[in-house]
Ligand binder design. Structure first.
Ligand code: FES
Length: 157
């Protein structure tokens, strides 16, 4: 009787161990979120944009988008309204160290995307809503003073 009990305990403990192992295999094989790879940060001097200049005409209407140099892979400015602008780092948040991890403005002007990994980022917040990316685009601080925008390397998200 006692031997039977011990045998049963050994069997139960083996079954528990096997279940734990199978669970571990399942968890590690279907986790869709990759390890977080932080977008690199490169300091830059304040960027001043005079909206009266012809090269920034796209930013004189709400919903306007403009790509400029700066940041890690460039910056995309989005005008939400006359007093609210957003500055997105173009470095894609999926695998930012990939050579091709650069976000562009879609022809529709309604969202940003990375042709390399197929990630889509919504406006005005830069949150991913398509493709593999799970983290938002980096946003830099923008201040508005009349027709003058100032973008700094301060990260606000
Ligand atoms: S991050 Fe590698 S392509 Fe979007």
């Amino acid at each position: 009787m006692r031997e039977n009990m011990e045998e049963k305990q050994v069997q139960v403990s083996m079954i528990m161990k096997l279940k734990g192992f199978v669970l571990l295999l399942l968890i590690s094989s279907c986790d869709p979120v990759p390890p977080f790879e932080e977008i690199p940060w490169i300091p830059f001097d304040d960027i001043e944009i005079n909206l009266n200049l012809p090269q920034y005409s796209a930013l004189r209407v709400d919903g306007g988008l403009q790509t400029i140099n700066g940041g890690v892979r460039g910056i995309i400015i989005y005008r939400e309204s006359a007093s609210v602008f957003h500055a997105f780092e173009r470095n894609c948040s999926w695998f930012p160290n990939d050579a091709c991890a650069t976000v562009d403005i879609d022809q529709s002007n309604l969202f940003l995307f990375d042709t390399c990994c197929g990630s889509v980022f919504s406006l005005p917040n830069g949150i991913p809503n398509g493709g593999p990316a799970v983290y938002p685009l980096r946003k830099y601080l923008v201040s508005v003073n009349g027709n003058l925008l100032t973008i700094t390397d301060d990260v606000i998200n």
